[in-house]
Design a protein around this ligand. Structure first.
Ligand SMILES: Nc1ncnc2c1ncn2[C@@H]1O[C@H](COP(=O)(O)OP(=O)(O)OP(=O)(O)O)[C@@H](O)[C@H]1O
Ligand SMILES: [Mg+2]
Ligand SMILES: [Mg+2]
Length: 606
């Protein structure tokens, strides 16, 4: 599968001290200053694109997810369970493994691949050929450090690699190289807001500590076949991962899912990661415990958090929903066990989508002794102050800041801002900015938030409803990461300009939008004016006589009495009726209201 060339990532490098070839790609057309809008007028980033994008995983539509969560919460809130939740406090800590966005593996120059011919990118070191040595690919530090900075971590200027020993077919050397004793980043945090989808109980926002982030190797990919046959793909072995470890400070399943989703968004926004959860580029292990709320909490402690119950760990969850469902199932199992007088064992458990309960995989006595030891073949990693400084100053706008800008400057609701940034790998937001830019050029004295609200409504809602049998499934509008779309931004801006200038009606605008979409699919170059011309849909205002005739048809004595008695909502109802009467959509609601008011004032009688 083709990838973007690494050239653009050179902007994260400095003074030619690191070669660009080790880094993969830059995804977004995002900037580093406070105001996205103001900077958009000064900055043009060069995107050097080579072939097709490798990312195919569109994030789960946020609205859909919120709806699902609401339903789930409703179901959870019922009956006996909610009673036991008053007595027991759930605590969760999460480990997230994310594949870094690099061209090479962590300790060999073999290419990192996505969906390529199995075992086609494997260096001798990756399969532990005797005599082969690890060569740390220092470019891998760039996405790793960017991820750590985005998660507010302190960067350890000197970190080291250790060996974690275990025997399994997916690990040819018998150990995984990780950072156990001295990871490269620690003491970070992430802030989650209500609009990120956290539990109601967590209020407007919650901060979760990140204990540390370490770099480590991925394992080979196992493809199990019928008949106990396991096929191995060593392309994945040795790919650079980061493991992000949160403190046990999460107390609600939906907050846990929101955290994983937000970490994915953040990693993506700083170009630290290539693939999302849906494509296996991000995996989560959840650690779950419960303790009594009555002050007799548990005796366990982790990272300075005391009073915890015994944890169990559910490994390898690969969707946000699985994170939430597995935590709920494990919480309920632990509470049931404790209420029945049992004890919770420290164990690793598994979760299968659709199951009601987690399943024990191995107990504490079955835990492997990893015999951690410093890797004698790898020198300490020293991060220079200059590299750190450069990376700190080339960070893009982070998702929270972007949401804030969309709400504060562009006048969107937090929900719409979230939707906009989560669609099409962020491409929908880029498209939106382009539409607003073009629209503002047509009406320069327009207030940005008014323009933003109008364009946001069309980009999200009107365009969201478009479909065509020949359109690409999953991305019908053909929106790219950089904001190109089948309906050109400038065409939509012109269309909205015609609408606001009352040159066409709202109904016509929708019709023209559908025509622009169709033209895009058929690769026909046309603009909104040409379509309005062709369809003969230029707006001709109705005469006052026509308004009065229509108003008389909808008015009746009873409704008029109600309006006179102060029921102003009824007036809107009548305007709606007038608009429905006119199939061409030529009724201007303001004028209809004025005519109705006048008739009522004159106490018109039929
Ligand atoms: N009592 C507890 N209840 C809930 N979560 C806990 C508890 N104790 C620790 N945790 C969480 O468990 C995770 C422990 O991760 P860590 O990588 O330090 O150890 P590990 O799970 O033993 O290692 P690994 O799985 O990587 O071999 C952290 O996210 C932490 O917040
Ligand atoms: Mg861990
Ligand atoms: Mg763990």
């Amino acid at each position: 599968m083709a990838r973007f060339t690494p050239v653009v990532l050179r902007r994260y490098l400095f003074g030619g001290q690191l070669p660009g070839r080790g880094c993969l790609r830059q995804l977004r057309h995002r900037q580093t200053t406070q105001s996205l809008y103001s900077q958009r007028h000064h900055t043009t980033l060069v995107e050097d694109v080579d072939g097709n994008a490798a990312w195919k995983d569109a994030p789960v539509a946020f609205r859909k997810q919120l709806k699902g969560e609401k339903k789930l919460k409703k179901a959870q809130g019922k009956g006996k369970r909610s009673q036991s939740l008053e007595e027991w406090e759930l605590t969760v800590g999460i480990e997230i493994h994310a594949q870094l966005n690099t061209a090479r593996k962590l300790f060999s120059s073999a290419a990192s691949t996505i969906d390529e011919e199995p075992n086609s990118h494997v260096a001798l070191f990756d399969v532990a050929m005797p005599g082969s040595q690890p060569i740390f690919q220092k470019e891998t530090l760039i996405p790793a450090v960017r991820a750590a900075l985005a998660l507010n971590c302190d960067i350890n200027r000197t970190s080291r690699f250790d060996r974690k020993h275990y025997f399994h077919w997916d690990q040819p050397s018998g150990y995984q190289i990780t950072q156990y004793y001295e990871p490269f980043a620690k003491d970070g945090y992430i802030t989650l807001y209500a609009h990120d989808g956290i539990a109601k109980e967590d209020g407007d926002s919650i901060q979760i500590g990140i204990k540390q982030i370490q770099m480590e190797q991925d394992t080979a990919k196992t493809m199990s076949q019928p008949g106990d046959i396991h096929l191995l793909d060593f392309n994945r072995v040795g790919l650079p991962l980061i493991e992000i470890i949160t403190l046990p400070q999460i107390h609600h399943p939906s907050t846990a899912a929101a955290l994983v989703r937000k970490i994915q968004t953040i990693l993506e926004s700083v170009d630290a990661c290539v693939l999302g959860m849906q494509s296996g580029g991000l995996r989560a292990d959840v650690n779950v415990s419960v303790s009594r709320r009555d002050g007799f909490g548990g005796s366990h402690e982790y990272g300075g958090v005391k009073g915890l119950g015994q944890r169990t760990e559910i490994k390898n969850l690969s969707s946000f929903k699985a994170v939430e469902d597995a935590i709920i199932a494990e919480r309920d199992r632990q509470i049931d066990t404790l209420e029945a007088g049992g004890v919770i064992e420290g164990e690793t458990r598994g979760w299968t989508i659709g199951e009601k309960t987690t399943k024990r995989l191995r107990g504490k006595e079955g835990e492997v002794d990893y015999r951690y030891m410093p890797d004698p073949d790898i020198a300490p990693v020293v991060i220079g102050a200059d590299l750190l400084h450069h990376l700190q100053h080339s960070m893009p706008v982070l998702p929270d800041e972007e949401i804030n800008t969309l709400v504060e400057e562009y006048g969107l609701t937090a929900k719409d801002a979230m939707s906009l940034t989560s669609h099409d790998n962020g491409g929908r937001a880029e498209y939106f900015y382009n539409v607003v830019d073009d629209y503002m050029k047509l009406i320069p004295d327009q207030d940005l938030s008014t323009a933003g609200r109008l364009c946001g409504n069309w980009v999200l809602h009107e365009m969201g409803g478009l479909s065509h049998p020949e359109a690409n499934e999953g991305n019908p509008l053909g929106i790219t990461d950089t904001g190109d779309c089948l309906i050109k931004a400038t065409s939509l801006a012109h269309l909205l300009h015609l609408l606001i200038g009352k040159k066409i009606t709202g109904k016509t605008a929708k019709k023209v939008l559908a025509e622009l979409f169709e033209a895009g699919i058929q690769n026909v170059d046309t603009g909104p004016e040409a379509i309005v011309d062709r369809l003969g849909l230029w707006y001709t205002p109705l005469s006052n006589r026509e308004y009065v005739d229509m108003a008389k048809t909808v008015l009746d004595a009873n409704v008029m009495e109600e309006i006179l008695a102060g029921k102003t909502g009824k007036l809107n109802f009548l305007v709606g009726q007038m608009m429905r009467m006119d199939t061409e959509g030529s009724v201007d609601p303001q004028q209809a209201t004025a005519v109705l008011q006048k008739l009522i004032k004159e106490n018109w009688k039929s």
